[in-house]
Design a protein around this ligand. Sequence first.
Ligand SMILES: [Zn+2]
Length: 576
Amino acid sequence: MTIRFLTFATFFSFLAFIGPDNNRFPQDFFDEPVPRQPMLLSGTFGELRPDHFHTGIDIKGGIGVPIYAAGIGEVARISVNPDGYGNVLYLNHPNGFTTVYGHLNEFSPEIAAYVRAAQYAQESFVVDLTPPPGKFRVRKGEEIAKMGTTGHSFGPHLHFEIRETINDKPINPLLFGLRVVDNVAPQLYEIKLYTFNDKFGITSGKKTTLKTRTGEYRLAIGDTIKLTEAQVGVALKTYDHMDGSANQNGIYELQMKVDDQDHYRFRTEAVVFKETRFINAHLDYAERVSHGSYYHRCFLLPGNSLSMYEQVVNRGMINLEKGQTKKVSFAVSDVAGNIAKGTFWIKRVDEPTTQVASTPEPVYNYVLPYLQNNAIDNVDVQVDFPKGTFYEDCYFLYGASTPSNPAVFSRVHTLHNSRVPVHDFFTLGIRPTRLPDSLKNKAFVAGLGNSGRETNYGGVWKNGLLVAQTRMLGDYAIMIDTVPPRVVPERFLPDMSKSSGFGFVISDNFGTGGFTPDLQYRAEIDNHWVLMSYDEKRARIAYRFDDIIPPGDHHFKLAVWDAKGNRRIWEKDFKR
Ligand SMILES: [Zn+2]
């Protein structure tokens, strides 16, 4: 590949005809990275996902579909991971943008050979490589990889991003003139209305379905919601749809007006990685955790520092005088400019109504102001919440109980409940009960989620407490792990002269959370490290034969170990 780069002069002359408004991003530089046109999307930029905003678009396709460089440039980074983006390529372009191609099935042959050499040199399946400048230059439209579903992906697609190279900030790729056919407007499904009081903040939330007959959305029943409170917040459940795809995708922009005045605007033009977890303040976290429902809040919790809002008046809250009626209207749009509109009215009345039911006052034993450091400490437990843990003052309920499970070696500490979001890691120290000294190095802080599987959050011993970090509220206790991982062979035969490879399903008795590493493994043939790929979502490691192993008798040995150092060895002879 001997492609010369665009010079910076070319770059700037190119910038010169980018307009100030709609064309803030180059419109002709990038082409679609997949051959099928128009692109069909199963995910859009800024879409609400668990604990993050989606930072790319998901382009539909099948395993092995060729992936093309979206523009002239060079490979800046190659990464292989059992989770996350799986096999991923980063291309730097001379116009100051980086494109990212995730979940790839395979890299182009030259890149694949480079990756494989690095994996053998580092004796690791997981690699994160930055090739020297000029090593892999690519033309626009050159095939760089094949589509796949590696990493955290549940079906073949290309995860495609465009980032500003200088600050690694993802920008909505659909703002770059890529072709998708989208004549379908977003849909508005439900609103949720929140009322507030002075003492506890949000006191209640009520959901109301929206319906459309004429193109404009209205309440399913009536047109006015009556309430007695002076302050109201609104959240909206809305998705975008496009031609030829049944997926519920994320919207581009959500605008709310009150009495026809701009009141709130949320836009998914860019996502800043260090802000992405503020999604748990943007959406209704309890709805997400309890029901898997995603509501855009159209008001800001006090600790929400997300930069995706514009024109927010009164933090998005709506104030009502007694007897006053206000008109609330939404306009929700996609990048193609299709708009869905909805309108309803809210009225403050004197008499209590049943329309917005008051919830009982919260039961709590600690008040944790969001603007300061907070701690809960007693003999058995020490919890330190740094400033910024909560998005609003938290009326916190702490409790402790005696465990019924004999595998638990402390009291069970209930840190409020898992429906309240926590922005960053906080420190949790637990004192053990009846834990023999000989098992101290097998102990860990366990999250006792309600899914039934306990999670290992690790921990170090400090002043008699086992101290770990987590960013989930809920039940915690000390447990021990002395059980090695399970290793189940697949297609491992005494004679593999006709086999292309073999694999194992590896699993452990505990999940991992916080900073605890997942299962580790090392595979050897005749005492030499060999590459086994790891697909974390399928719990499978796989080996493919190549020229390195000649015909004849060989010995295979696999070691798999968990975060507590419990190790399983599996070994057998085979003929090649
Ligand atoms: Zn994606």
